[in-house]
Design a protein. Structure first.
Length: 329
């Protein structure tokens, strides 16, 4: 159903598979917003690991084919449906879209759309959605962190990791991070971590243990549980918890490691959040933007034409620093 806006470029996926199934089409109809919907002219869209799992067909929820990937859009309201408080021209970012974000225009439900403050550009706006809302849910909802506790962000230099460091620091935690490159380590220190460790060093776990002493770490935010979970359990304090944000396969652990410290392993899934929880997270993050501690770090940038390369790199390139985005300006 085309509007007066005619056709647009968008990435379409007609079959599940590798990055090559991402097809750039230039004749996709621009959708029309209905009740409680807005149409956004997309300036930038975040690329998230989950989008590669969905594309490959291995994710538990499969979209109907064909579909356009992408949920974290930043741009300007182009048109609005009925019963919407936004107006044409408003700068916004989203945590979800209806029609997909890897496109020149994206349709979104108004409750998934938030004002983007002037002090953040569209690239930064596209880096907020999944990373910051996931990090906030992991720390405040799942781990129930309290000021004064210690948190280790395992894999801290990517989008979710840096968001977790900024949030944890703002909420009064002692923040430790790991990264695999010198550049990554520096960025982690610049974004809220008190200490950083190189997870490529053979004995880095010993260095963390030495740093935290007998007490151990209260909370570990884990991006790669299939590699790190076994070590994580040995680092925890009494009643400590590992929050699993990412995992790319199975791992063998000894359940006994959870018994001595009465520790917990808790999985986090952003889209299990209720509408009310999303509103709560948005209010806290909006405050972070106003005060200035929420400052997304932008990593590699790709055009729509290079989206297959982006999907390849987000999974296989080592030592990610900052948030990967697609630029549509």
């Amino acid at each position: 159903m085309a509007t007066g806006l005619k056709l647009m470029k968008a990435i379409r996926v007609f079959e599940f598979g590798g990055p090559e199934v991402l097809k750039l089409q230039s004749d996709v109809a621009v959708p029309t917003p209905k009740d409680h919907q807005v149409l956004i002219k997309v300036h930038a869209c975040g690329v998230n690991p989950v989008e590669t799992y969905i594309r490959s067909g291995t994710y538990r929820k499969k979209p109907h084919l064909p579909y356009t990937p992408g949920s974290d859009v930043a741009g300007v309201i182009e048109a609005v449906g009925d019963n919407v408080s936004f107006k044409k021209g408003d700068r916004v970012f989203t945590t979800n879209t209806i029609s997909g974000g890897y496109a020149e225009y994206a349709l979104a439900a108004d409750h998934t759309v938030y004002p983007l403050p002037e002090k953040l550009d569209f690239k930064q706006g596209a880096a907020i959605g999944i990373p910051y809302f996931t990090a906030y849910r992991a720390l405040l909802h799942s781990a129930r962190v309290k000021a004064g506790e210690s948190v280790l962000v395992h894999g801290a230099s990517g989008g979710v990791g840096l968001a977790a460091c900024q949030i944890a620091r703002a909420y009064g935690l002692e923040v430790l991070g790991t990264a695999g490159t010198e550049e990554g380590q520096n960025i982690v220190l610049q974004n809220g971590a008190h200490k950083v460790f190189n997870h490529r060093e053979r004995n880095y776990i010993d260095k963390i243990k030495k740093s935290v002493g007998e007490k151990g770490i209260d909370v570990i935010i884990e991006m790669l549980a299939n590699v790190n979970l076994n070590n994580d359990l040995k680092l925890l304090s009494q009643g400590g918890r590992v929050i699993v944000v990412g995992s790319r396969g199975p791992i063998e652990i000894s359940p006994r490691d959870t018994m001595t410290m009465e520790s917990s392993i808790i999985g986090v899934s952003l889209y299990s959040s209720t509408k009310g929880e999303f509103r709560q997270y948005a209010a806290a993050l909006q405050a972070g933007m106003e005060i200035g501690w929420l400052k997304p770090v932008i990593g590699s940038q790709y055009s729509l034409e290079k989206v297959a390369q982006a999907h390849e790199n987000i999974i296989h390139s080592s030592g990610a620093t900052g948030k990967m985005i697609l630029l549509l300006e």
